[in-house]
Design a protein around this ligand. Structure first.
Ligand SMILES: [Mn+2]
Length: 197
């Protein structure tokens, strides 16, 4: 049975719909109105092998902040919903992804507790199209808060802003895939000595 999540989040600032299937094939249908963000969410689905639908209508006449943040919140909530009881999953995942001169190292624990550690080069172009590059950390914070996972993302080096951000999303996708996949040796087993995740 496929593990799916569906979240609708409506405020005066944004209207967001996210649907995710963790056991998908990387079919992605994403439209947030922020081109580069769509490109990043496309990476998340494709490299996570998640089927992912994201439809956001936000207050882009102000700027892209609410649109980006609220989409990340809904995505985190949908991911948590799709994980369900977490029985039989690997729980931990990590992946290191280079993108030309940039490198991202991502490690995740689907722990039930939100915690983010994030480092990336301080010197980076401030904007990629309509995407403010300081939003990457804000996206991760928002996703982590709702998904309730521990997430460590490091970019020890990189120069081009597009590359620096994109390698983080690719590595995040793959780490989430590894952590959320079913471990064939652990069928029916919850990966926690505490008895809860
Ligand atoms: Mn904010």
């Amino acid at each position: 049975m496929n593990r799916v999540g569906r979240v609708e989040r409506v405020t005066k600032e944004t209207s967001v719909l996210v649907e995710i299937n963790l056991d998908g094939t990387g079919q992605v249908d994403v439209a947030t109105g922020v081109g580069f963000y769509d490109h990043m969410l496309d990476q998340l689905g494709r490299h996570g092998l998640f089927d992912l639908t994201v439809k956001t209508e936000g207050d882009l006449h102000i700027d892209s902040h609410h649109t980006i943040e609220d989409t990340a919140l809904a995505l985190g909530a949908a991911f948590k919903q799709a994980l369900g009881d977490k029985v039989g999953i690997y729980r931990f995942g990590n992946c290191t992804v280079p993108l030309d001169e940039s490198l991202a190292q991502v490690t995740v624990d689907l722990s039930g507790r939100p915690y983010l550690v994030h480092t990336e080069p301080e010197k980076m172009a401030p904007m990629i199209g309509e995407y403010d590059t300081t939003m990457t950390r804000h996206i991760l914070e928002s996703f982590v808060a709702q998904a309730q996972i521990a997430l460590h993302v490091h970019v020890p080096y990189g120069r081009n802003a597009h590359h620096i951000v994109e390698c983080q999303f690719k590595a995040l996708a793959r780490a989430l895939r590894y952590a959320s996949e079913k471990d064939p040796r652990a069928a029916g087993i919850l990966p926690s000595t505490k008895g809860a995740l």
